[in-house]
Design a protein around this ligand. Structure first.
Ligand SMILES: [Zn+2]
Length: 251
C-alpha cells in the first residue's frame, strides 16, 4: 500500500511532549524505533493493516522503551533488537546486537553503530539497501537536528567520538532522531553564531515546517555538518564547552 519501490518509507508518530516514534514500512511489514508508549503506535499499525516484525531500541530510557512490552503482547513474533550490553536495562530484548554487527531485515542491511555518550551502550541503526541512492540513520538520542544528546552517563570524549563516527557516514544519509528538538537547538546555536547564514536559513525552514504541523526531520549528514555546532566541534574541549553551554541555556 504505502511502500514505494525505490524509497525507504518511514513515518513519524509524534508522542509525549517531543518524542518521535519512527515507523519503517516495507510491504505489509513494519519496524518501530524506540516506542515511548504503545497505544498510538498500535493504532497506527492496525489502521494500516501492518504487521510489526521488529522493534529497534537505541537505549534504555523509558521514553524509548516504554511501549515495547505492550506491543510485543500484540505482535509476539516481533524481534526486540537491543545492545547485548543492556540486557539488564532492556530485559525483554530477543535479538541482542553488538558494535558493528550487521543483520538483514525488510530487504535491507542494518548495521549497528555503538555511540556512547548520552548513555553507556547507546546504539544507532544504519540502514542501506541495494540500488538506493541514500541510507538511513536512526541515532536515537545521540544526534539531533542541530544538536546532540545530553551527557547523562558518558564523557565529552565519548560523545566526540560517537559524533565523529556518525559524521563519517555518507553525506546524503537521512537522519531520523528520536526527539523534535531542532528548532530549539538552532535558536541556541544562533546565540553563539548569530551571523551564520546556514543556521539562520535552516531555522526559517524548520519553523515553517513546525507551523504547518510537520516534523523538522529527517535531516541529512550534510545538513548537520553545516548547521550543527556539535558536529562542527574540532576537538573534545570544544564539544565539552558547547555541551555545558547548551545544558545551561534557557530558550
Ligand atoms: Zn535518552
Amino acid at each position: 500500500m504505502i511502500d514505494k519501490k525505490n524509497e525507504f518509507t518511514i513515518y513519524p508518530i509524534a508522542v509525549l511532549q517531543d518524542n518521535i516514534v519512527w515507523v519503517w514500512v516495507h510491504n505489509s511489514n513494519a519496524v518501530v524505533i524506540d516506542p515511548s508508549i504503545s497505544a498510538p503506535v498500535e493504532k497506527w499499525l492496525l489502521d494500516r493493516n501492518l504487521s510489526l516484525v521488529a522493534i529497534f531500541q537505541t537505549h534504555h530510557h523509558e521514553d524509548h522503551i516504554g511501549g515495547t512490552k505492550e506491543l510485543i503482547k500484540k505482535w509476539s513474533d516481533a524481534k526486540v533488537v537491543a545492545s547485548k550490553k543492556e540486557r539488564k536495562r532492556i530485559p525483554f530484548q530477543t535479538f541482542s546486537v553488538d558494535n558493528d554487527d550487521t543483520f538483514n531485515l525488510m530487504d535491507s542491511k542494518i548495521k549497528v553503530i555503538e555511540v556512547h555518550g548520552h548513555t553507556n551502550n547507546h546504539i544507532a541503526f544504519y540502514i542501506s539497501k541495494n540500488n538506493m541512492k541514500y541510507n538511513i540513520l536512526f541515532p536515537g538520542d545521540t544526534l539531533f537536528g542541530g544538536g546532540c544528546g545530553r551527557l547523562l552517563e558518558g564523557t565529552p570524549k565519548q560523545m566526540f567520538e560517537s559524533l565523529n563516527k556518525l559524521n563519517s557516514l555518507p553525506k546524503n544519509t537521512r537522519i531520523y532522531s528520536a526527539h523534535e528538538y531542532t528548532e530549539n537547538n538552532l535558536k541556541w546555536a544562533l546565540t553563539l553564531e548569530p551571523e551564520d547564514i546556514s543556521i539562520v536559513e535552516r531555522l526559517k525552514v524548520v519553523q515553517n515546517k513546525r507551523e504547518r504541523g510537520l516534523p523538522s526531520l529527517p535531516s541529512t549528514i550534510s545538513e548537520e555538518r553545516k548547521t550543527n555546532l556539535f558536529l562542527r566541534a574540532k576537538n573534545i574541549e570544544e564539544l565539552s564547552i558547547l555541551r555545558r553551554h547548551k545544558d545551561n541555556w534557557k530558550c
